[in-house]
Design a protein around this ligand. Structure first.
Ligand code: UT7
Length: 330
């Protein structure tokens, strides 16, 4: 007898933010900026910053514990860990290895995934493929980033935008339930010089000059990124809905990557969705790269904005460029 098709069921989600809050008025004291400029141009009011000795794997660990609790399973039941991040604790071992150690797990495969702000969507696409193929059964998927550690705090064009945080999701193979209705991911590496960290890799290894020239921090041509983000996010949102076989009017809540409120509003307009169906938490978090969509989803679930059975779409865009979207039934 043929086995039934396996679906990816979401067992639980979790999130963790560092305690320290940096407000726009705090930033006014160290760089030439204003709460008015930051709020009106980006929608951001404050962001969370990790401590010096609080690493990406620490945030990932705390978010994982929350997700394990929500899923009501023990860490030992997990058979694969995926961590989407562009701010690993170290070049290697992977942050997934550090997280595995913190969870006291041995032997299971773990790895990091690099797709910048689209990392969590790429992670869902990857986890779903592993589950549907029958290769792994219970996957711990994390989006964790500490952008504050790769930010040039003297560059007002970028430093007002970013923050730190982590979100986690546990997915399991199921013959009865399938929560991930579709995933759509894309990339275009020809835009790699619009949003990047120039040094520290093999192209430009760390040396005294790269440090003095601040080449280990995020460089971004903001206006060009903005222009590309809107059509690509709109395209991804539409493609994922098409692939899910659903209609846009059936999506209860859109959870877009929170990089700029103006990008979010432009995407919503482009796909014909009113802002009351769009989740916004950028004012509290800033842009936390791969942690953004999963922490927002977790908040939407925990605050009752979405209920069991609702259709939700996550949409992201980031450095690379990379983009992606997924339609989920909660
Ligand atoms: O996660 C995905 C990746 N990131 C993004 O999606 C970000 C995409 N880009 C953006 O969100 C926006 O382009 C920014 C928020 C980065 C900038 O907004 P903008 O409306 O595109 O501003 P701009 O870069 O065109 O700069 C406008 C002015 C400039 O002054 P001049 O040249 O017109 O005199 C900047 O120097 O605003 C100035 N400016 C600031 N002023 C006060 C730039 N940053 C600041 C600041 N405070 N923090």
């Amino acid at each position: 007898m043929m086995n039934k098709k396996l679906g990816a069921k979401i067992l639980g989600t979790g999130a963790y933010f560092p305690k320290k809050i940096l407000t726009n008025s705090d930033l006014e004291k160290v760089i030439e900026t204003s709460d008015e400029w930051i709020s009106s141009r980006t929608g951001i009011k404050e962001r969370r910053l990790s401590e010096k000795n609080e690493y990406t794997s620490d945030l990932a660990y705390k978010a994982s514990l929350e997700a394990l609790k929500a899923a009501n399973i023990t860490p030992e039941e997990i058979d694969l860990i995926l961590v989407a991040t562009i701010t690993p604790d170290m070049f290697f071992p992977s942050t997934a290895c550090f997280l595995q150690k913190k969870l006291n797990l041995r032997s299971i495969p773990v790895f990091d995934l690099s797709a910048a702000c689209s990392g969590f969507i790429y992670g869902i696409a990857t986890a779903r493929a592993f589950i549907e193929s029958g290769l792994y059964e219970k996957i711990l998927l994390i989006g964790a980033d500490e952008l504050s550690k790769i930010t040039d705090w003297t560059d007002r064009n970028t430093c007002v935008l970013f923050g730190d945080g982590a979100g986690a999701m546990i997915l399991t193979a199921s013959e009865e339930d399938n929560n991930i209705l579709s995933t759509y991911i894309g990339a275009d590496g020809s835009y790699s010089d619009l949003l990047f960290i120039p040094a520290g890799g093999t192209a430009n290894p760390a040396n005294i000059d790269t440090v003095n020239e601040k080449l280990h921090t995020i460089k971004m041509k903001g206006r060009d990124v903005f222009k590309a983000a809107v059509p690509k996010m709109a395209l991804a949102a539409q493609k994922a809905i098409e692939l899910s076989g659903q209609k846009i009017e059936n999506i209860r809540l859109f959870i877009p990557h929170q990089a700029n409120i103006r990008i979010i509003e432009a995407v919503a307009k482009k796909i014909g969705v009113s802002m009351d169906r769009v989740f916004i938490n950028i004012h509290k978090t800033g842009n936390i790269s791969s942690a953004t969509t999963i922490t927002a989803l977790d908040e939407a679930i925990k605050t009752g904005k979405i209920q069991k059975g609702d259709l939700v779409e996550l949409v992201a865009f980031g450095g690379g460029f990379t983009w992606g979207a997924t339609v989920i039934r909660i």
